[in-house]
Design a protein around this ligand. Structure first.
Ligand code: ADP
Length: 400
């Protein structure tokens, strides 16, 4: 079985980052089990342990850490192979899985080496298990690797969700599509009485994905077998393929795969549209999977007058946006508080003659506008834009 679409790196079709706002939410466990769930679908998988300072993948795969990887004739690193999955980890280079002590630039160097100088061969999916947080490593990877997208793992707790939100914004800022949110350690089902208990509350991940308009990929239960399998270096998806948790991992993998397949067969061609010249309208790539009449796919932009941008949607609707209103509605981390969602941008600071310079596509779900005041870090999802347009047409002045 092969995934479709152009390769992201030579030989690699899709590169997916698995991130989380903080440690201990089960991100590496999700990376490993997701990798094997995709493998069970017939795909060729690589797993890159991008947690250079605290690698945990060797332990979870039962790999010995005292055997540094070899080099092939072309001086490329040969990844380790375990259960048919290729993997590389700092734990293999440093000879143990104790945290490495490295300065930031060295971390970046190792990461680039792991992606560019490892002989991955032909892969359908390369999964990157990111370190927790939203720091240097995540930015280095998001900026230097052509990611298909990122998955955010969170527990249902509020505090974890708040932190996961920060992770989301980081990926949005560097224009990496968010493929979805996975809620981990949800309901615990008592093996004796069968009763479910939401130890860390429940449904937070789903709520967050609804609020942010991001896909929800699934809920993994709190399951002691997941811990045991991880500790023994035998991933649950392989060890207990019929367990409920393994089936959930399988469903998440299928959902993710479906999304990426749809993205590559019915992708909006990348476009850059220019305000001054009206040139560069988006056009859908020819494909059988093309959605028809979508309310949330822009098919054209026009400068209607000096202050108005018109957006034509695939369902034939046209919406007109006052460009300054659009600028004031920017939802990037510079313009809106990450935690409260309240505006940080002072309307008085936005010049009266603000206009877009260019509009660039972000994946097939959003645009990023470069403004003539130099601002360009915002991403407007089509969904948000459409809702904003509808509220303005209805005469509603507040933020959407
Ligand atoms: P992170 O990568 O976010 O730091 P890990 O994947 O290392 O987190 O997981 C932390 C701990 O939580 C590990 O002991 C792991 O076995 C356990 N764990 C992960 N997911 C689950 C789950 N769904 N149920 C029970 N324990 C889990």
């Amino acid at each position: 079985m092969q995934t479709t679409g152009p390769e992201k790196l030579p030989g690699i079709r899709h590169i997916i980052a698995v991130g989380s706002g903080k440690g201990g939410v089960g991100k590496s466990t999700v990376s490993v089990n997701l990798a094997f769930a995709l493998q069970r679908m017939g795909y060729r998988i690589g797993l890159l342990d991008a947690d250079v300072l605290g690698p945990s993948i060797p332990g979870m795969l039962g790999l010995t850490t005292d055997q540094p990887p070899g080099f092939d004739a072309g001086e490329m690193i040969t990844p380790a192979e375990r259960y048919g999955l290729k993997t590389i980890s700092m734990g293999m280079l440093s000879g143990d899985d104790k945290p490495a002590i490295l300065r930031g630039p060295m971390v970046s160097k190792f990461l680039k080496m792991f992606v560019g100088s490892v002989h991955w061969g032909q892969l359908d999916y390369l999964i990157l298990d990111l370190p927790p947080g939203t720091g240097d490593t995540q930015l280095t990877l998001a900026q230097s690797v052509p990611l298909s997208g990122a998955i955010i793992v969170t527990t249902p707790q509020d505090v974890s969700l708040k932190i996961a939100r920060r992770g989301l914004r980081m990926f949005q800022t560097v224009h990496t599509p968010i493929l979805g949110i996975v809620e981990n350690m949800s309901t615990f089902t008592c093996p004796h009485c069968g009763k479910g208990t939401d130890i860390f509350h429940g449904g937070g991940g789903e709520r967050m994905s609804r609020e942010l308009g991001i896909p929800f990929l699934g809920t993994i239960p709190l399951d002691p077998d997941i811990v045991t399998c991880g500790d023994q270096g035998q991933p649950l998806v392989l060890e207990k393929p019929n367990s409920f948790a393994a089936q959930v991992y399988g469903a998440i993998a299928a959902e993710l795969d479906g999304r990426l397949q749809a993205q590559s067969t019915s992708a909006l061609k990348q476009f850059t549209w220019t305000w001054e010249t009206n040139a560069g309208a988006p056009a859908w790539a020819e494909s059988a999977g093309r959605p028809s009449g979508s309310q949330t796919t822009a098919i054209g932009f026009r400068q209607r007058d000096a202050r108005t941008l018109s957006v034509l949607w695939e369902d034939g609707q046209r919406q007109d946006f006052d460009v300054r209103d659009l600028r004031l509605n920017c939802r990037c981390a510079l313009c809106r508080d990450e935690m409260s969602g309240l505006p940080l941008l002072d309307p008085k600071s936005v010049r009266a003659d603000i206009t877009p310079r260019t509009i660039v596509s972000v994946g097939n779900y959003a645009i990023s506008i470069a403004w003539n005041d130099g601002h360009s870090t915002g991403i407007d999802t089509f969904k948000h834009l459409r809702a904003l347009g509808a509220s303005r047409a209805a005469g509603v002045a507040e933020d959407v």
